[in-house]
Design a protein around this ligand. Sequence first.
Ligand SMILES: Cc1ncc(COP(=O)(O)O)c(C=O)c1O
Length: 471
Amino acid sequence: MKRFELLANTMANEIRSGSRPAGSRMPSLRQLTTQHGVSQSTVFRAYYLLEEWGLIRARERSGYYVAPGAALEQQKTSRPSPALESAKVEITDLVFSVLEAAKHPDIVPLGSAFPSPQLFPLQRLAKSLGHASRLISPWSTVVDLPPGNEPLRRQISLRYMAMDIAQPMEEIVVTNGALEALNLCLMAVTRPGDVVAVESPGFYAALQAIERLDLRAVEIPVDPVEGIDLQALSDALDKHPIRACWFMTNFQNPTGAAMSLEKKKALVNLLAQHDVPLIEDDVYGELHHAPTYPLPAIAYDKQGLVMHCSSFSKTLAPGYRIGWVAAGRFADKVQRLKLMTTLSASIPAQAGIADYLQHGGYDKHLRKLRGSFRSQLIEMDTALHRWMPDDTHWTRPSGGYFLWVRLPPRVDAMQLHRLAIENGISIAPGPIFSARHAFRDHVRLNFGHPWSDKMENAIKTLGSLLERASE
Ligand SMILES: Cc1ncc(COP(=O)(O)O)c(C=O)c1O
């Protein structure tokens, strides 16, 4: 165990046992360095970890304080360290209750996982669907069984080729959205009780899949700008029998973080040394704001260990539920699991999207879509600067349509979520992105909807709720 982890665990125990009560001030950096004979950076990292576990909160220019309810919360979740212990996951109830509250169509969808459907070429897509459906052979029910519709897999394979990734179409399996691809990959490489490394904060569906398959999670910290902490991952690989990693390398959900190419390469090498498969969730990769697609980790994979999952749900056709995985050495297994679970993805939808990719102008549409997200990010960033209290901080991602907001001290994300819903606004509170319900001082906001007075007013309302809550 590293020094900062030891220190964090010691203080976590003090908080959990109640000897450091909620609201009490944590010792200063200087006190701890003298008391424990460690460097300032060790103390800083320990505090960062405690903050991540939801046990302490920073107050601007005042130091760290024990978070309200920290003792109680930790008794419930009871697993101290992201990279130190593996834990069973219980996230589903919390996620469903948050998603349910945000479902009403009149709610301003800042908490939504989807971009606006207005930004998709639905008419042109319908034309492709109609055209392709009329040409469907009665035999396609058999021919298009997994791995899936051949023209579609050819088009997907061509898109890899455009990135200089030689991806044989034989290893591509078409699925019902990326979510099915990710789940099948997890099933292909694990058995109940196995340990899986996930991101913290991370996409809640990964936690739900782990919960459903009776696996255990090791949470690896994610830097909101640079992505996964590779050192923490390396330590976790030494400590645990990790069977698989489920990570996002581009425009991570919820932070928007993107790993550099060097980091992706290092990640692939590290996992190859340990012979651990990477389930790479890249659903937002095509939504880069810069001119080119930042290569995914699979580009550096020489051993067939990376399973690259993506879909058309965020870029073209949310309701069609067409995704895929380039599954490397696991392709056969994934294909069989697909047959055993849902048999096949919708045949007309596969054919329709294949036709659109060939004739519909997908790249032109993507350029327009990226332009919309770029300008909506500027609008949201400006509105946040205008309306948020000074001690609110947020990321400015280089792709996708989420940003990750750190709330002012004393504001609880779950409480803010409840108040926001009462005011007709959804937000995605930090705890739904963590197996331990941490990140109670963060929320995820969606800028995937055209800017409007309604959006501006929603940010203004959030700003005043925050002002009131932090008084
Ligand atoms: C990070 C991430 N991965 C996967 C998915 C699921 O994608 P699909 O809708 O294609 O199943 C989502 C959807 O919200 C997501 O945010």
